[in-house]
Design a protein around this ligand. Structure first.
Ligand code: BF8
Ligand code: SF4
Length: 630
């Protein structure tokens, strides 16, 4: 018998309760307290029936007032709100992707940013019809940086990445008129359509929501993922650890938080240098521990094995340990609460991006040209702050799990190709995975993604669903905060194979993989789209026929809605545990849960009962198997 044991949500909660006691001592606020202050939520907002896009409003739809002042009905209002939500998410992911494209333009031989995966750069260049022969790799990087940035504003044509999809998917997009054009254009178009006095027809609004989502997943996010791999390396399986216990009481603790790896990569690089470690020692620490929160953590975990301290709703906890010298943030999903909270401790809250500026933070502007110096300055500041710790406030929960992460599409293909008897060609294919699925050893796959949301008991939905699915021989690919929930519980430890059904357990043993595969950050859901496309091409099936579904059981952000839209638009049924504020309109809800199936062969399912949500996913996977006769 192995000694492997999952960490339970009850144990997570006990650790948090202990940290909140420290918080109470120093007068700190917490999200748990703020949730109480904000409950109950506004019903109009929850149903999506409040419109404030012009100053004649806000207009709220009720049985007595069925139309806004302009005459817009509830379906128009709910649909417009949904599209605006999507546009916010698509803009956010895509602008992150743009920053990576810009950083690629700064790459140089021996510089802070280098081309770590030249093969991938050349592969993409060839895909885009760019001459690579005899070209210096950095000249090529700069040319690709320009071309990629042009994807955001080009005047004609569609996203270059669409060609990666199976022809059938491309045809569906064409027929439905949802092929994304320039990335920025789809965001602008969404805002334009939803301005007062424009579209109020739900069908047109939802069509644009899908198109805008696609401009993210098959545009901006794909730029983010692919060019991050070029700059920082394509992830390969690597060992790491997860949960608050990865912080080290004897070391200077730097926590990186946010999304853009350009900053966190540099911090990790310098924190690991002898110069900085010696500096930390001169300040009385034993060394430096960098750990992460949210997607920036996923990025550096996947490429460097940097441990993951926590996910979205753990971000205050890292400060509450009293042992965090600096929490260094770039963009997105950062609680403004970290400002006042850090003031209750010795922690430096360091913001670095003009995109994300907050009160009560130290702003150290991070520039691609001066990245090394900026990172060094930040690491030094953290070291110097070690002496300001208040020992009586230090408590790091003794809680962590081992995790194997780094499953890019390339890594999955390589790992599985290595263990089967099928023909292995040079680049590898997804055929071994398909064989496991068609033979029924693995019943299917679920892409588990997305955030935490206090509306769902944090992490339970992720963890319970994953346990249920792997026990039913369904392999999980995970990203974002869902992946971190899995890692913190122990589901990314290879020993978690013991929780699987017999078929999946055998695959895990043969391939030496955990049953939950970490595919990266939220922009990396573009990796999942590529994997689904490869599976479809290698099997000769349409994506919608594959026994594969997507699930975001605890989602909260606009980005998650944008993701949901492109996952559905790619032909993958998507299951949500939190309602996307559309319950106020039968027409909009009907389109999303059924109507869009006519265009893209997939739709949403919303179910707040998590156990039922799991059953529905298993049912859907089995239906797809039955339809294929496997
Ligand atoms: O982009 S899963 S809470 S960290 S939004 Fe944010 Fe949600 Fe986490 Fe990453 Ni994604
Ligand atoms: Fe009201 Fe129409 Fe203005 Fe919306 S656009 S706030 S429904 S008047």
């Amino acid at each position: 018998m192995s000694e492997f044991k999952l960490t339970t949500v009850e144990e997570f909660e006990a650790a948090t309760a202990r940290l909140l006691e420290t918080g109470a001592k120093v007068g700190a606020d917490s999200w748990q307290m703020r949730v109480k202050n904000q409950t109950p939520h506004c019903k109009f907002g929850e149903q999506g029936v409040c419109c404030r896009i012009c100053a004649m409003g806000p207009c709220r739809i009720t049985p007595k007032a069925p139309r806004g002042i302009c005459g817009c009905d509830v379906h128009g209002i709910v649909g417009r709100n949904f599209l605006r939500f999507t546009a916010g998410g698509a803009a956010t992911h895509s602008d992150h992707g743009r920053e990576i494209c810009i950083t690629l333009g700064h790459a140089k031989e021996g510089g802070d940013y280098q081309v770590k995966d030249p093969e991938k750069l050349i592969r993409i260049a060839k895909e885009w019809g760019v001459e690579t022969e005899g070209k210096d790799i950095y000249d090529l990087a700069h040319e690709m940086s320009d071309l990629a940035q042009e994807e955001y504003g080009k005047i004609r044509g569609n996203s270059r990445w669409l060609k990666r999809a199976p022809q059938h998917t491309q045809d569906l997009w064409h027929e439905a008129e949802i092929e994304p054009r320039a990335i920025d254009r789809e965001v602008s178009c969404a805002l334009h359509m939803t301005h007062m006095g424009n579209t109020s027809k739900p069908e047109a609004l939802i069509r644009q929501a899908l198109r805008n989502g696609l401009s993210d997943g098959w545009g901006g996010s794909m730029c983010g993922t692919e060019f991050s791999d070029v700059l920082f390396g394509t992830p390969k399986p690597i060992e790491t650890e997860a949960n608050l216990g990865v912080m080290n009481a004897e070391n200077v603790n730097i926590v990186v938080h946010g999304h853009d790896p350009s900053l966190s990569e540099m911090i990790c690089e310098y924190a690991d240098s002898k110069e900085m470690i010696d500096y930390a020692k001169s300040m009385g620490a034993k060394g430096i521990t960098v750990s992460g929160v949210c997607c920036t953590s996923n990025e550096v975990a996947m490429r460097r094995g940097i441990p993951m301290a926590g996910n979205f709703l753990q971000q205050e906890n890292v400060v509450l340990t009293g042992a965090c010298e600096a929490i260094v943030v770039d963009v997105q999903c950062i609680f403004p609460a970290l400002g006042p909270l850090s003031k209750c401790f010795h922690t430096k809250f360091i913001t670095t991006s003009p995109i994300c500026q907050m009160p009560d933070s130290d702003f150290i502007r991070f520039n691609a040209d001066t990245a090394g110096e900026n990172a060094k300055q930040i690491v030094k500041l953290a070291c110097e702050n070690f002496k300001n710790r208040k020992p009586e406030l230090v408590h790091i929960p003794d809680m962590k799990q081992k995790a194997t992460v780094g499953y890019s599409v390339e890594a999955i293909v390589k790992t599985l190709d290595g263990v089967t008897n099928s023909q292995v060609d040079e680049t590898g294919t997804t055929k071994p995975l398909l064989e496991c699925i068609t033979s029924g050893v693995i019943r299917g796959a679920v892409a588990m993604v997305g955030c935490n949301n206090p509306k769902v008991r944090p992490d339970t939905a992720h963890i319970e669903l994953m346990k249920k699915l792997i026990a039913n021989d369904i392999v999980i690919i995970a990203s974002g905060c869902s992946a971190q929930a899995a890692a913190r519980a122990g589901l990314m430890d290879k020993a978690a194979k013991d929780l699987c059904g017999a078929g999946l357990k055998r695959v895990c043993e043969l391939a030496d993989i955990p049953p939950v595969l970490h595919m990266g950050s939220c922009v990396d859901i573009s990796r999942m789209m590529i994997l689904a496309s490869e599976l479809a091409k290698d099997s000769g099936l349409n994506i919608s026929q594959l026994p594969v579904v997507g699930c975001a059981p605890e989602w909260m952000s606009e980005k998650a809605v944008s993701i949901g839209n492109y996952v559905v638009a790619t032909g993958i049924d998507t299951f949500l545990g939190v309602d996307p504020y559309v319950s106020g309109s039968t027409e909009v809800a009907g389109l999303l849960t059924e109507g869009v199936r006519d265009w893209v062969e997939a739709a949403y399912t919303v179910e707040k009962d998590i156990d039922k949500l799991g059953d529905l996913m298993i049912e859907r996977i089995e239906e797809k198997r039955e339809a294929l006769g496997i």
